[in-house]
Design a protein around this ligand. Sequence first.
Ligand SMILES: Nc1ncnc2c1ncn2[C@@H]1O[C@H](COP(=O)(O)OP(=O)(O)OP(=O)(O)O)[C@@H](O)[C@H]1O
Length: 287
Amino acid sequence: MERVPIEPVSVPHLAGLSPADTGNPPIGPLVKAPAPVLAPQIIGARGLAKTYPNGQRVFAGVDLDIRADQRVALIGSNGAGKSTLLKCLIGLLPTTLGEITTLGERFLAASSAAQLTRLRRQIGFVFQNHGLVGRQSVLTNVIQGKLGLPGSWRAFHHALAPQHWREEAMAVLAEVRLADKAGARADQLSGGQAQRVAIARALIRRPRLLIADEPAASLDPAVGRDIMRIFSDLARDHGITLVYTTHDMQHALDYSDRIVALKGGKVHFDRPTARVTARDMEGVFHG
Ligand SMILES: Nc1ncnc2c1ncn2[C@@H]1O[C@H](COP(=O)(O)OP(=O)(O)OP(=O)(O)O)[C@@H](O)[C@H]1O
């Protein structure tokens, strides 16, 4: 049988076209999808346990990872250990077991004095009792937020402070809507106004982390909500990580991105606020 030579087949309309032109994906080295970028860690805690010297066991086996820019509500019933945990995380109280890394300072049990100084420089504190000096002016109280920072002897009185500190103090007072009270004595303020000054005093430190222990507990409901809103909005606008304790469920739900619940000496749940149900909240305080 006669063999017919087979000519290479040429497809004129595809000749010279690149893969992109043909719609086929290019064949190349496999490229891995990029890992999600995590915000910098602000607080990392592993296997924390705390028992007070009198034998009072508060919590055990606590792990926590708080990233930059989060607003975290730490909740639990009275005596659940919220304040104790908060103080341990920032090196103000020693733990019994575990490892903590806060703002890059790693410590077991207790922070060193040098670590505590470095931590304090980067943290703003607001407590239930505002802790203002009543006989001094609002302006001086705000400038005293600079105490503990370099050159801070000048923060004892506004008259000693450099002009730019006074300007900063007026700017943070404006942020808490109290610029008009700068010259008033702190003991002439209402509870809500005093707490707003305490927030301004924390903000003037330009903290990376804002710690608030029951900031609205002694205020009436409307003023308490106002304080929580100021906190939460300022933390978001300034990119400050906020960790606050509360036993008010609504304050936890309305002003945080994430809720960590303590119960029975353990983390009962830790999840984004948007995924926390009313039943979850009930379970923290009852049952
Ligand atoms: N210095 C201390 N010595 C011994 N026990 C303490 C000390 N401070 C707190 N406790 C106890 O540790 C437990 C946790 O207290 P903590 O103040 O951390 O709880 P909390 O959740 O912040 O409570 P609350 O909501 O009432 O402020 C409580 O049983 C408390 O009595």
